[in-house]
Design a protein around this ligand. Structure first.
Ligand code: 5GP
Ligand code: ZN
Length: 115
């Protein structure tokens, strides 16, 4: 299924739940995390509903690579100059809470709330 009507991030993609967007293209959406752990805390998500990194298929590889390559560009745009952290939580033991694949990108001066 490309969209899950119950999924909070699909609702953000559809514009049914507001978000502070910083990037949008055909395949990806990037917005600020609602509970930031660092001065800049972005979530990079595919527009298509993929529950987690454990559910990746070969046809997803193109935007999966784009997720990573976007991170340094967006952090630069956000004024982050001293490094950043990228995290993908996968599944229960991975600490995943929202089951729509997302990559956290954290940056900004420390201390950070977590991590
Ligand atoms: P996970 O633990 O699944 O890796 O992270 C899910 C993240 O989504 C959390 O950091 C949480 O703050 C964020 N989040 C959950 N609901 C919303 C929402 O409605 N809007 C935004 N912007 N972030 C959300
Ligand atoms: Zn979804």
């Amino acid at each position: 299924m490309s969209h899950d009507p119950q999924c909070i991030f699909c609702k953000i993609v559809a514009g049914h739940i507001p978000s502070k967007k910083v990037h949008e293209d055909d395949e990806l959406l990037v917005f600020h995390d609602i509970h930031p752990w660092a001065p800049v805390h972005l979530l990079v998500i595919p527009k298509v509903h993929v529950a987690s990194l454990a559910d990746i298929e070969p046809e997803h590889q193109q935007w999966l690579g784009k997720m990573l390559s976007l991170a340094p560009k967006l952090m630069k745009q956000q004024g982050v100059t001293n490094g950043f952290r990228t995290v993908i939580n996968t599944g229960a033991d991975g600490g995943q809470e929202v089951y729509h694949l997302h990559m956290h990108v954290y940056g900004g001066p420390r201390p950070w709330a977590k991590g």
